[in-house]
Design a binder for this molecule. Structure first.
Ligand SMILES: C[S@@+](CC[C@H](N)C(=O)[O-])C[C@H]1O[C@@H](n2cnc3c(N)ncnc32)[C@H](O)[C@@H]1O
Length: 215
């Protein structure tokens, strides 16, 4: 189920200023069947990087590097992204894109299971983009909050899961019920988490923007 009406998506896409490299990487992601973000989400990530003065980013789920390109290009020259990817072939493709974009110096692709790798990276991060295995969202939440600086932002993708988090909306369900349940439980936790202030947005497949409160 498409969350935002195709006509609205089309209108928003018509406002985009196209960057040829991003367009190429998005097309490649689509042809490989990768569930990457769209330009509306990329633009929002870029706006958050700039608004928060982000210098250090952690991303979970690199795929072919499309979202990391959006994040990396708006960082200052000495900014840094660590992006975690379990699939070495995808990681290699992403690295090639960062080199082609002249951004390889800002991006470290870490290959391995995010469940382990999040304990190998050192915070604090200004922004974390959480877009890996949906069943890891809940188990990783405490670690991600601890890696975030006060005032930093945790952005989580796919929180509407094609509308399947709304009970009874999509029948029969097309997604694995375990994934849907994991995301719904994660959303409940985000909403109740007093360390965070979360805004749930119906952008593309749903985004949660959670700001770590200052003490
Ligand atoms: C939704 S895609 C990421 C899309 C990317 N953020 C973008 O929008 O351009 C999720 C990625 O997470 C990776 N992934 C899945 N499970 C993982 C895990 N346990 N640890 C690290 N990466 C994982 C998948 O291989 C896949 O490439």
């Amino acid at each position: 189920m498409q969350i935002v009406a195709p006509e609205i998506e089309g209108y928003l896409a018509s406002l985009e200023v196209h960057d040829p490299q991003l367009t190429r990487v998005a097309a490649e992601g689509e042809s490989l069947g990768l569930p990457i973000i769209n330009p509306a989400v990329g633009r929002l990530l870029e706006a958050l990087v700039i608004a928060t003065g982000t210098r250090r980013v952690l991303e979970i789920g690199t795929a072919n590097g499309y979202s990391a390109l959006w994040l990396a290009r708006s960082l200052p020259a000495d900014g840094q992204i660590f992006t975690l990817e379990i699939d070495p072939e995808r990681a290699a493709v992403a690295r090639r894109h960062f080199e082609e974009a002249g951004l390889a110096g800002r991006v470290s692709v870490v290959v391995g299971d995010a469940a382990r790798m999040v304990h190998k990276v050192a915070g604090p991060f200004d922004l974390i983009f959480n877009d890996g295995d949906k069943r890891q969202y809940g188990p990783l939440l405490d670690r991600l909050v601890s890696l975030l600086r006060p005032g930093g932002v945790l952005v989580t993708d796919n929180i509407l899961w094609d509308g399947e988090v709304v009970p009874g909306l999509v029948t029969p369900p097309r997604r694995a019920p375990e994934d849907t349940a994991a995301i719904a439980e994660y959303n409940r936790r985000l909403a109740a988490d007093e360390r965070l202030m979360t805004s749930f947005l119906p952008v593309r497949d749903g985004l949660a923007v959670s700001v770590r409160r200052r003490p």
